[in-house]
Write a protein that binds this ligand. Structure first.
Ligand SMILES: [Zn+2]
Length: 115
Protein backbone atom coordinates (compact mmCIF):
# COMPACT_ATOMS: atom_id res chain seq x y z
CA UNK A 1 0.00 0.00 0.00
CA UNK A 2 1.28 3.49 -0.78
CA UNK A 3 1.64 5.86 2.17
CA UNK A 4 -1.41 7.96 2.92
CA UNK A 5 -1.56 11.70 3.22
CA UNK A 6 0.26 14.57 1.63
CA UNK A 7 -2.53 15.28 -0.85
CA UNK A 8 -0.63 13.47 -3.54
CA UNK A 9 -2.99 12.12 -6.16
CA UNK A 10 -0.62 10.85 -8.78
CA UNK A 11 -1.18 7.25 -7.69
CA UNK A 12 -4.86 7.36 -8.56
CA UNK A 13 -6.55 6.86 -11.89
CA UNK A 14 -10.12 7.76 -12.79
CA UNK A 15 -12.50 5.44 -14.65
CA UNK A 16 -13.44 7.10 -17.95
CA UNK A 17 -17.03 5.88 -17.70
CA UNK A 18 -18.09 6.46 -14.10
CA UNK A 19 -15.17 8.61 -12.83
CA UNK A 20 -14.47 6.51 -9.74
CA UNK A 21 -10.90 6.89 -8.49
CA UNK A 22 -8.74 3.91 -7.63
CA UNK A 23 -5.11 2.96 -7.81
CA UNK A 24 -3.97 1.14 -10.95
CA UNK A 25 -3.38 -1.89 -8.74
CA UNK A 26 -7.04 -1.79 -7.63
CA UNK A 27 -8.29 -1.56 -11.21
CA UNK A 28 -5.98 -4.38 -12.20
CA UNK A 29 -6.99 -6.61 -9.30
CA UNK A 30 -10.73 -5.97 -9.21
CA UNK A 31 -11.67 -3.86 -12.20
CA UNK A 32 -14.09 -0.98 -11.85
CA UNK A 33 -16.73 -1.55 -9.14
CA UNK A 34 -19.36 0.08 -11.38
CA UNK A 35 -18.47 -0.83 -14.94
CA UNK A 36 -16.33 -3.94 -14.88
CA UNK A 37 -18.84 -5.98 -16.87
CA UNK A 38 -18.34 -3.53 -19.73
CA UNK A 39 -14.72 -2.54 -19.28
CA UNK A 40 -13.22 -5.93 -18.37
CA UNK A 41 -10.10 -4.36 -16.94
CA UNK A 42 -9.38 -7.04 -14.38
CA UNK A 43 -6.00 -8.60 -15.03
CA UNK A 44 -5.17 -6.41 -18.04
CA UNK A 45 -2.88 -3.46 -17.48
CA UNK A 46 -3.35 -2.45 -21.13
CA UNK A 47 -7.10 -2.29 -20.63
CA UNK A 48 -6.67 -0.31 -17.39
CA UNK A 49 -4.50 2.18 -19.29
CA UNK A 50 -7.17 2.50 -22.03
CA UNK A 51 -10.20 2.85 -19.79
CA UNK A 52 -8.83 5.03 -16.99
CA UNK A 53 -7.12 8.40 -16.94
CA UNK A 54 -4.50 10.04 -14.77
CA UNK A 55 -5.87 13.45 -15.72
CA UNK A 56 -8.79 14.52 -13.60
CA UNK A 57 -9.99 17.46 -11.54
CA UNK A 58 -11.65 17.55 -8.19
CA UNK A 59 -12.57 14.85 -5.72
CA UNK A 60 -15.93 13.83 -4.38
CA UNK A 61 -16.16 11.38 -1.52
CA UNK A 62 -19.38 9.50 -2.18
CA UNK A 63 -20.60 8.32 1.20
CA UNK A 64 -24.36 8.41 0.89
CA UNK A 65 -25.02 8.29 -2.83
CA UNK A 66 -28.80 8.60 -2.71
CA UNK A 67 -28.70 11.60 -0.39
CA UNK A 68 -26.06 13.69 -2.03
CA UNK A 69 -26.86 16.63 -4.26
CA UNK A 70 -23.39 16.19 -5.68
CA UNK A 71 -24.29 12.63 -6.62
CA UNK A 72 -27.39 13.82 -8.44
CA UNK A 73 -25.42 16.50 -10.17
CA UNK A 74 -22.81 13.97 -11.21
CA UNK A 75 -25.45 11.37 -12.11
CA UNK A 76 -23.67 8.79 -10.05
CA UNK A 77 -26.38 8.26 -7.47
CA UNK A 78 -26.84 4.68 -8.61
CA UNK A 79 -23.20 3.81 -8.20
CA UNK A 80 -20.94 2.51 -5.50
CA UNK A 81 -19.66 4.52 -2.60
CA UNK A 82 -16.12 5.68 -3.02
CA UNK A 83 -13.97 8.50 -4.27
CA UNK A 84 -14.94 10.09 -7.58
CA UNK A 85 -13.42 12.76 -9.79
CA UNK A 86 -15.50 15.78 -10.76
CA UNK A 87 -14.06 15.83 -14.25
CA UNK A 88 -11.99 13.27 -16.12
CA UNK A 89 -9.99 14.02 -19.24
CA UNK A 90 -10.01 11.33 -21.92
CA UNK A 91 -12.37 9.01 -23.74
CA UNK A 92 -12.70 5.25 -23.49
CA UNK A 93 -12.19 3.04 -26.56
CA UNK A 94 -15.08 2.94 -29.04
CA UNK A 95 -15.90 -0.65 -28.12
CA UNK A 96 -16.67 0.53 -24.59
CA UNK A 97 -19.06 3.21 -25.85
CA UNK A 98 -20.66 0.63 -28.14
CA UNK A 99 -21.05 -1.79 -25.22
CA UNK A 100 -22.74 0.85 -23.09
CA UNK A 101 -25.14 1.74 -25.88
CA UNK A 102 -25.81 -1.92 -26.63
CA UNK A 103 -27.07 -2.21 -23.05
CA UNK A 104 -29.40 0.72 -23.53
CA UNK A 105 -27.15 3.18 -21.74
CA UNK A 106 -25.76 6.50 -22.82
CA UNK A 107 -22.10 7.31 -22.60
CA UNK A 108 -21.58 10.71 -21.02
CA UNK A 109 -18.15 12.25 -21.45
CA UNK A 110 -16.62 12.99 -18.09
CA UNK A 111 -14.52 15.85 -19.32
CA UNK A 112 -17.45 18.20 -19.66
CA UNK A 113 -19.32 19.61 -16.72
CA UNK A 114 -22.98 20.17 -17.40
CA UNK A 115 -24.81 23.26 -16.26
ZN1 LIG B 1 -16.23 2.78 -13.92
Amino acid sequence: MPPRGGGKKSDLRACLVCSILQTPADFLAGGCPNCEDILEMRGSSDRVAECTSMMYDGLIAMVEPSESWVARWQRIDKKMRGLYAVRVTGRPPQDVIDAIEARGGVYRPRDEVED
